[in-house]
Design a protein around this ligand. Sequence first.
Ligand code: B3K
Ligand code: ZN
Length: 897
Amino acid sequence: MRTDTPQTIYRKDYTAPSYLVDTVELGFDLDPARTIVANRMTMQRNPDSSRRDIELYGEDIELVTIRLNGKTLDEGAYAIEGSILRIPDAPDSVTLEIETICVPESNTTLSGLYVSNGNFYTQCEAEGFRRITYFPDRPDVMAKYMVMLRADKEKFPVLLSNGNLVEEGELPDGRHYAKWEDPFKKPSYLFALVAARLVCQEEQFPLADGRTALLQVWVEEGNLDKTDYAMQSLKHSIRWDEERWDLELDLDRFMIVAVGDFNMGAMENKGLNIFNTKFVLANPRVATDIDFQGIEAVVGHEYFHNWTGNRVTCRDWFQLSLKEGLTVFRDQEFSADMIGTDTGRAVTRIDQVRTLRQAQFPEDAGPMAHPVRPDSFVEINNFYTVTVYEKGAEVVRMYQTLLGREGFRKGMDLYFARHDGQAVTCDDFRMAMADANGRDLTQFERWYSQAGTPIVQAETRYDEAARTYELRLIQTCPATPGQPEKLPFHIPVAVGLLGKDGRDLPLVIDGQPKGSTAVLELTEADQTFVFSDVPEQPTPSILRDFSAPVILKHGYSDAELVHLFNHDSDPVNRWEAGQRLAMARLLKLASDIALKNPAADAPNASARTAVLEQMNLDEVFVQAMRAILVDESLDPAFREQALLLPTESMIADQMDVVDPLAIHMARQFVRADIGVRLRAELLAQYQANETPGEYSPDAASIGKRALKNLALSYLCAAPDAESLALAERQFDEATNMTDRAAALGALVHGRAPVAPDALQRFYDEFQSEALVVDKWFMMQATAPTTDVATVRELMKHPAFTLRNPNRARSLVAAFCTGNAVQFHAPDGSGYAFWAEQVIALDALNPQVASRLARAMDRWRRYSPALQEHMKKALQQVAGQGKLSNDVREVVSKALAN
Ligand code: B3K
Ligand code: ZN
């Protein structure tokens, strides 16, 4: 916690490290109250640097001794300023020995070395290693590590670190030791240790080159019945990386450790991945289909980092997307390949598009907007964002779209050939792609340097006589903080043309046949593409497979959208047509409701309800939904996606002044009207998509459950007694958590009389399963009936604590970000609650606090009266004397003009 003015760090100020580290020997005497860390490192002056001083970072640690080439340095020989320890005029070759003390048990930040449920864990990315020892803690300093762990044997029987176990044994006083050696050079952010009472599931797994590797999944006792899926996902990941990219596991041993207190999803420490329990523990009783999918994706993600992140890492933190965007792309491809079918792939793609629209587009349009490769930051932990991750993955995907799968693979191979063992930049990646394919990707660099979501406006013209079809694409990009003007992007726009019969017309451009989908390269602000030999007026399917992270605008008629919804051969655009149909209706309804009561934040619910009573969804839309719902030739998973309405926040994004209550009422109305009008079809699908027998998280079963439970939620949106009885029966009889939680959600959100009782029974049954208790809190936090007072009551529940990030997120953050109607209560009580919680959390854990702080990002989009309350809350946080850099950066950017 700092009180001084936070410093902004700029990408342009990068300088090479003055010293490079060859080897690091770390000795830990682990004690929760007082851990002694001995660090012996050999260093050389960096020939690429002109500086002669050694620069080390340290935070929240007590320096005991420091020796340089065997001689203790007295206080005049070095200087500590803030978190930098500087040794001026050091010799070219140096051995530094540093002893420090830290207090893991009082480290609530969960960065550095900390204690969770009595066990020791570390988290070093981005800058946690400096909370363990003084070190040139920056990713371009890569060294070989040798680690000695010493701890009480009874309390901490398991001692783990990166690489290979080289020695272990007993020590006096009931202590024991383990010595680990990592054969690979690595940056300090990949260091990890675990000292704990744990058990593991393990097996020997054959690798492609004939070696075998020992795989382990470590968990607390009592959770061994929940490790199978993580282990299976790990094996699939290893195999997939071998088969798709020829990338092998380079260690003899690979470990995953699950911990209940963790700031994010998981961490890719070399050979010793540390995971949030949420992304390891699963069995059908406690985990939903989405949890299973999350485990597969995150286990894959962390494993894939071994090459994209660890073997080739980032030169500096501005390059974070080099590893994160690329690794998200890899985990997305992995998840898609695991399903294997074309629609399965498309469904994963639709999910990705939803995430972008739900979270990344708003970020790109708000006060925290930043390029995929940011130019500056105050606190790097604030830049582990959907922009760096998900938009970064879209940027990587665009290379593949532009270069083709083979061309992209050539680029990857060249990237590894050039940079294995190095710390590099996003430009290095782009150059590998360009050079491997003989392509000029200069303009493509703007995807890394310019923030904001580009808008592509499409205009079309069919010339019947000439049989030509013109597609004019105009691109613009809104201003973002610090970037008033944007230059045109290099945008791959995949296009198909549908004939009247719904089939793809063959495409011809400049006399060249292009198949049924052409990837147009939009590089200018305004560019026209001409298709020839077009026999009839087509319906354009633009941005197929969501070929670029842009907003496509085109004046589609309802008839054209229905045509695309019924026939587009590209499932993503087929889904998209349905979203457009739904969005138009939701927006119209929301604005009608909002208009009935211009003082949107003093809602007159009955006037608004009166509007709804006169409303009726048009038959065109209902019929379009019906057609998809009953189309047995379509995968249930796809039908579920196609019937899912845009979320409240996506609707909000489209409104000039956001009216949360009007949006909620509009969306509820559409759901209820669908529930009534398609009742028979929904009931039939509910029955047709049951998954009796043993639970399996395969894609087909997951798709069925998703469609069945969507049908249930529409039916219960009405909500009539019969539908609620159906939900109640499902709740009572379900044999897996997916169906159990879906039924409970339908009861709670449908305000069923039995809901309170069902919630209580659910809690009683699962109170010893922390991850299920999180679900229990979250379900209540996001129910539109839950107001601030109820959340405050829930916070008094014995199972609630702000100290556990999962728990804090499941109640406090879920309410602030997932319950718009109540959070934006007209009296500002939601915002006051937010300010209070951000301040309380900041004292414990700045990273979690800062995430919560972002809930207020888009405050300027609400009515003046709400803005007034929001500004007050933001100012209250900003006015705190003691505030972390993390939270200060977020709130000051929100308040800046
Ligand atoms: N690399 C880590 C994220 C670290 C976040 C530090 N605040 C997990 C991942 O992306 O795989
Ligand atoms: Zn990652």
